[in-house]
Design a protein around this ligand. Structure first.
Ligand code: ADP
Ligand code: ASP
Ligand code: MG
Length: 590
């Protein structure tokens, strides 16, 4: 018999009527001939209320007790949902994380799933029950209750769908599906019919709160098609599968994180190990780091900029201050009033000039970009927080995300090619949610160009990349950071054969833009680590930095995404760097 997992989020079970409505939906699926597992979140804002209550009693509540507390929210919902189904004349049994056999590690408040024992759920389903599963919770080896992190019921749902081999995994929520950007921020956002795992992973980690990003990691790893739809209306919603909605478009969606803070460690000596020193301190305190931009050194000194969420600014600054002392750097600068806007699309990997288009749009609106970081399928720009909404709207309009694609979505190919191999690999991993590395590679075809000391004005990046594109030069990675208060450095990578031409092209702008100088590295090596879970497993970038620092290899440029961590190093050091990374991550490879 087909099996369906249906998840209902907090708003969808916020009161008794909504619980009854969700129960009817589950019963309908059962009557259509399916076995049904319903995953529920805590009612309404119950989890927030519990967190607040804990804070009133103890400003630093022990994480174990926090989990004990927070898991009660879901326990209330499962019991009520089972009662609702019984009231409507059907059989149901509620289960906690323990009763479902959801084993996690012991990282309270952000535990990861190790394994799920499906026996009891299977028996209950075979007995004709609708199984009502508490989202967001599990137990560790000592039967301590754990929770998976805010929004974690999505992850429970997709993980259950994976281990039960479900035919469908529905995420029922308070919007009609996944939009091109948060419809509460931009009313012109458009509902997408389909979005790829990779795009949704990036969007989720870049601010699209509609799905927990670890749920998408499960979906991708185990080839579970995820159907995001409205709890309240019978609409088709959005499928999250392996293929994007459009194979022609470069950009599929946009996202915004309003509350970012920017920190720069200035004037560090340009020697191996600088990144490792800084980011290992942040990792040790479990502070997630976001955009990382390192300048190619000027005069033997280098600046490293990164962003953290604003509420992590104080401990992150402590780490930066300690690094300054340790490294003999010049100092630390920060800006707590910044926001990050990003555009995401699988099509970017194929099309050139997407970054240039974005810079064009922002320049036309007079929006000043503080920092830029690009990777295979996303471009992020950091702007003043006051410009956040305008930046998002400009990008959304600029890429015409409100207009549906003209051609029908490409057919999803599920199970994904090689899915069985992936499942085999995962079976060999310690836990279901462990990091999976599926490629470590070396690219020895690139060079870098750095434009130093460009003035801090809207439209500068736009001018540079227009000129370079007009010269027919393909640009791969781009980073921009502020080395001094009112000037920036822009670094980009190009094919080695084009480096002289790139320098000459940029030089032509000297009189109009007024930068200080152009430098270049004629041959660099780009090392990439690709996999699933690179960002949600904190500290992976730090392991890359450590492996290279141990080999005395200097890092010139960095970018990180959900799919890949890329570092640019000296051209000579390519194969040594590759070997160091293979050694570091060898045990996790697919
Ligand atoms: P649930 O309680 O059902 O888990 P969430 O509040 O976690 O619901 O997620 C749904 C919310 O996600 C929506 O109300 C919407 O404001 C927000 N959201 C952010 N980005 C997007 C997006 N790209 N598409 C749809 N919703 C989004
Ligand atoms: N109740 C939890 C939260 O509010 C989990 C979830 O809703 O997904 O974060
Ligand atoms: Mg949610």
């Amino acid at each position: 018999m087909p099996l369906i997992v249906q998840k209902f989020g907090g708003t969808s079970v916020a009161d008794s009527q909504k619980i009854l409505a969700a129960a009817r939906k589950a019963i309908r699926a059962k009557n259509e001939g399916n076995q049904v597992v319903v995953v529920v979140s805590a009612m309404g804002k119950n989890t927030d209320a519990l967190i607040q209550l804990a804070g009133e009693i103890n400003p630093r509540p022990p994480a174990r007790e926090m989990d004990m507390l927070l898991s009660t929210g879901e326990q209330v919902s499962v019991a009520l949902m089972a009662m609702a189904i019984e009231q409507l004349g059907h059989r149901a049994i509620s289960m906690t994380g323990l009763q479902m056999g959801i084993k996690t590690d012991s990282t309270h408040t952000k535990a990861r799933i190790h394994s799920i024992d499906t026996d009891r759920m299977r028996r209950a389903l075979d007995d004709g029950n609708i199984v009502i599963a508490a989202g967001f919770q599990g137990v560790d080896d000592n039967l301590n209750i754990t929770t998976l992190g805010r929004g974690g019921s999505d992850t429970t749902a997709v993980a259950l769908a994976a281990v039960l081999g479900a035919d469908a995994c529905e995420i029922n929520t308070d919007v009609d599906g996944v939009y091109t950007t948060d419809p509460r921020l931009l009313p012109e956002a458009r509902l997408m019919k389909q979005v790829s795992y990779d795009e949704m992973l990036e969007l989720a980690s870049l601010g699209a709160g509609v799905m927990h990003s670890r749920a998408i990691e499960f979906g991708k790893k185990f080839s579970v098609p995820i159907h995001v739809r409205s709890s309240f209306a019978d609409m088709p919603g959005t499928m999250i599968v392996d293929q994007p909605e459009s194979s022609e478009r470069a950009v599929s969606g946009a996202a915004l994180v309003r509350n970012e803070a920017l920190i720069t460690v200035e004037g560090a000596p340009d020697v191996p190990g600088v990144c490792h020193t800084i980011f290992s301190k942040l990792a040790a305190r479990s502070i997630p780091v976001d955009m990382i931009v390192q300048n190619v050194s000027a005069d033997g000194r280098t600046d490293v900029s990164f962003t953290v969420l604003e509420n992590e600014l104080v401990p992150a600054l402590e780490c930066a201050d300690e690094s300054v002392v340790e490294l003999g750097a010049a100092g630390v600068r920060h800006d707590a009033q910044v926001a990050k806007a990003s555009v995401v699309g699988l099509g970017m990997a194929r099309q050139t000039g997407v970054a240039r288009q974005l810079f064009d749009q922002l320049a036309a609106e007079g929006i000043n970009v503080l920092m830029i970081s690009t990777s295979e399928i996303k471009i992020s720009v950091l702007v003043d927080r006051e410009e956040a909404a305008r930046t998002l709207r400009t990008a959304h309009q600029g890429f015409e995300l409100d207009k549906p694609p003209t051609e029908p979505p490409p057919q999803a190919t599920l199970p994904a090619k090689g899915a069985k191999d992936v499942a085999d690999v995962v079976a060999r991993l310690h836990g279901m949610e462990d990091l999976l590395i599926d490629g470590i590679s070396l690219d020895e075809t690139q060079a870098t160009v750095t434009v130093c000391g460009v003035p801090d004005q809207p439209g500068v990046a736009d001018r540079v990349f227009n000129e370079v594109a007009d010269a027919g030069i393909f640009v791969d990675m781009i980073v921009q950071s502020f080395s001094r208060r009112d000037s920036a450095d822009i670094t980009f990578s190009v094919p080695r054969a084009d480096v002289e031409k790139s320098v000459a092209t940029v030089e032509r702008l000297r009189s109009t833009i007024g930068f200080e100088r152009v430098t270049h590295l004629p041959s660099v090596a780009k090392l990439s680590v690709a996999g699933i879970g690179l960002r949600s497993h904190g500290g992976i970038a730090v392991r890359v930095f450590k492996a290279l620092a141990d080999e005395d290899i200097n890092i010139a440029m960095i970018n990180t995404s959900e799919m890949q961590i890329n570092v640019v190093i000296d051209g000579e050091a390519g194969s040594r760097g590759l070997a160091a990374l293979q050694k570091q991550f060898g045990d996790m490879r697919a």
